[in-house]
Write a protein of this length. Structure first.
Length: 94
């Protein structure tokens, strides 16, 4: 994932109502403790409740997932830098 995509997703998280969200009515309402976040028209199939559960879980999980992506990306950069240093040291001492 590119840094630009991460920044875009973080901006969406920052602009949205803070977590936690909860499903009040799996056929149409998601809210926080103080406000309705989303009210939707159910389609009347089994995915209504699954969609509502996904939205609430994703709102809570996305910031942590972005943090982990950034942590792993930084570790990968550090690992690659160390490998280059080791390679260059081996070449220099041949």
């Amino acid at each position: 994932m590119t840094p630009e995509r991460i920044a875009h997703l973080r901006a969406l998280c920052d602009a949205a109502t803070p977590a936690p969200w909860e499903v009040v009515d799996p056929t149409g309402t998601i809210r926080t403790s103080d406000r309705c976040v989303l009210s939707f028209e159910p389609k009347g199939d089994s995915r209504d409740a699954a969609d509502a559960a996904f939205l609430t879980a994703a709102r809570a999980a996305l910031p942590a997932a972005l943090d982990e992506i950034e942590r792993l990306s930084a570790a990968d950069v550090a690992r690659k830098s160390l490998l280059v240093e080791l390679r260059d040291g081996v070449r220099a001492h041949g």
